[in-house]
Design a protein around this ligand. Sequence first.
Ligand code: SF4
Length: 279
Amino acid sequence: MNKMLALEFKITDWCNLACPHCPENSCTKNPPAFMPLEKIEEYVDEFQELPFNTSKNVAIGGGEGMAPYLFGNEDYVPTVIGVLNKFDKNVTIKTNASWGNTYKYRNPILKSLAKCAYFNNSLITLRMPVDEFHNNISGVSNIIADIVFSDYLLAALRVEITGFDTIGSVVARARLESDLGDKEIKMIDSRNDDLVAYDERGAGIHIRTDYVSGVPRLGRAVANHLYTSDETGGGFVNKLKIDNADNAILNNTVRAKIGGRSLMDVVQGLGEKMYGRQK
Ligand code: SF4
């Protein structure tokens, strides 16, 4: 457990997609139930006190991290962000971005998030996959375009693009570049192969590209010139995910029911399962 430990809340098992590779077993058949806010507050409070090198970044995911909005609950996500900001955490929302396809959803969601960021004096990161599975290129590209062309959104929202290390991802990246080009947003390769989306004023979103075994893949983390590469580079971070049924899952590998135990006890137990007892 020497690496940094980052926290993620799997707020729901529901997702509007049902990707064949889904590691979360999420789909529309799961109930659209959302983790109670008090629970999130209790867990982040406990996490804060752990005697480990803990990350300032907390992720909200699912299922679909934006699902509450899709069910007409406009308060849930901003309230969770407010709770996490109160603990001085930076918030990343993991989303498949399909809501970006429709103005009816995209406009109020982006405004709501920006309002929340301003109210809490914080920044919010949207982490979106771009690959052959999610069929969401236009959703992602619409979201990027809306942000790049709005000073209000650009000052509040960051974008991270993730993807798989496959030919399909390379094709998806090319499609995203082409779609953004149609919107007069330039995607250029910077010296280190990162992508930068610019509008004509020079307002930009910086999207980092990762390399896995020497092969370029769509980037994790980093946007709008904020670098967190120490935390996001492979091998630097242990990820503790807590789901809506009180399971703690370390690095998507080992899990345990929390069941009233302290988070310290649970995390140590998971670490032992994963790495063996430390001498
Ligand atoms: S979008 Fe993500 S959470 Fe939803 S089904 Fe696909 S992989 Fe799973």
